[in-house]
Design a protein around this ligand. Structure first.
Ligand code: NAP
Length: 251
């Protein structure tokens, strides 16, 4: 008899799955048998490549374009996932941007763009996803926060506020829906090699590495591994938690 994959028959949506950490999460969940909705905002070529990689590996993917910070678009992303997949079991709120600058120079736009994408986007997608999950009496939501939301980071007051907000959001929603069989957790990555960290100067990178006990940046796949752990049916008694994937940066 063929061995059943842990997420066989399940449908997952990963926001911001065209690149970086979201891409790795989408590939990982698909490798465990989930049909995966690949959300992205603008980079359709990259998103198509992710969907192709999933299909080539023998799983199923569908594209879900849409800006998660826009209420109508976020609702449409989730509605389209349910229409395409027939159900929704896993939502990973991963889409995120940075607009780094010192607070004295931070514009209203810098603040709003980061808060609406990183925090409001998660709220909009989660609200839409909870309805089918409540009906099913099962579901997993994983929010991608950041060490910046726990320890702060100069030049990232907007980003740190959004990521800290995501932790409070995670804990509150976890309490609201635990009795319905839905688990809500957060993962807080440290410095992971993606387009976001690519832009850092060598001096800044060196400074960061000096603070990371493991002495290296993380890989997107190392974050995806923990998201998968929180998503599989065998993880049954964890909700409202923040799991750090940061090489020991925050202890
Ligand atoms: P990335 O490589 O820059 O990728 C960002 C992804 O988010 C892309 O797929 C992008 O889509 C999508 N996106 C951005 N705004 C969106 C919107 N409004 N609606 C839908 N999709 C949107 O970023 P990353 O480094 O992988 O980061 C992923 C998540 O991990 C973010 O929440 C980030 O804050 C968090 N994180 C990252 C690190 C790190 O060191 N890299 C550390 C801690 C936390 P397009 O391709 O279409 O632009």
């Amino acid at each position: 008899m063929e061995n059943k994959l842990p997420l066989q028959g399940q449908v997952a949506v990963v926001t911001g799955a065209s690149r970086g950490i979201g891409r790795a999460i989408a590939l990982k969940l698909a490798s465990l048998g989930a049909r995966v909705g690949v959300n992205y905002r603008a980079n359709s070529a990259a998103a198509e490549e992710v969907a192709k990689a999933i299909t080539a590996a023998g799983s199923e993917a569908f594209l879900l374009p849409g800006d998660v910070s826009d209420p109508q678009a976020a609702a449409a992303v989730i509605a389209s996932a349910i229409e395409r997949g027939g159900r929704l079991d896993i939502l990973v709120n991963n889409a995120g941007i940075i607009r780094d600058t010192l607070l004295m120079r931070m514009s209203d736009e810098d603040w709003d763009a980061v808060l609406t994408t990183n925090l409001k986007g998660a709220f909009l997608c989660t609200r839409a996803a909870l309805r089918p999950m409540m009906r099913q009496r099962s579901g997993r939501i994983v929010n991608i926060s950041s060490v910046a939301g726990v320890m702060g980071n100069p030049g990232q007051a907007n980003y740190s506020a959004a990521k800290a907000g995501l932790i409070g959001f995670t804990k509150s929603v976890a309490r609201e829906v635990a009795s319905r069989g839905i688990a809500v957790n957060a993962v807080a990555p440290g410095f992971i090699v993606t387009d976001i960290t690519q832009g850092l100067t060598d001096k800044v990178k060196e400074g960061i590495l000096g603070q990371v006990p493991m002495g290296r940046f993380g890989q997107p796949e190392e974050v995806a591994e923990v998201v998968a752990f929180l998503a599989v049916p065998t993880t049954t008694y964890i909700t409202g938690q923040v799991i750090h994937v940061d090489g020991g940066l925050v202890t």
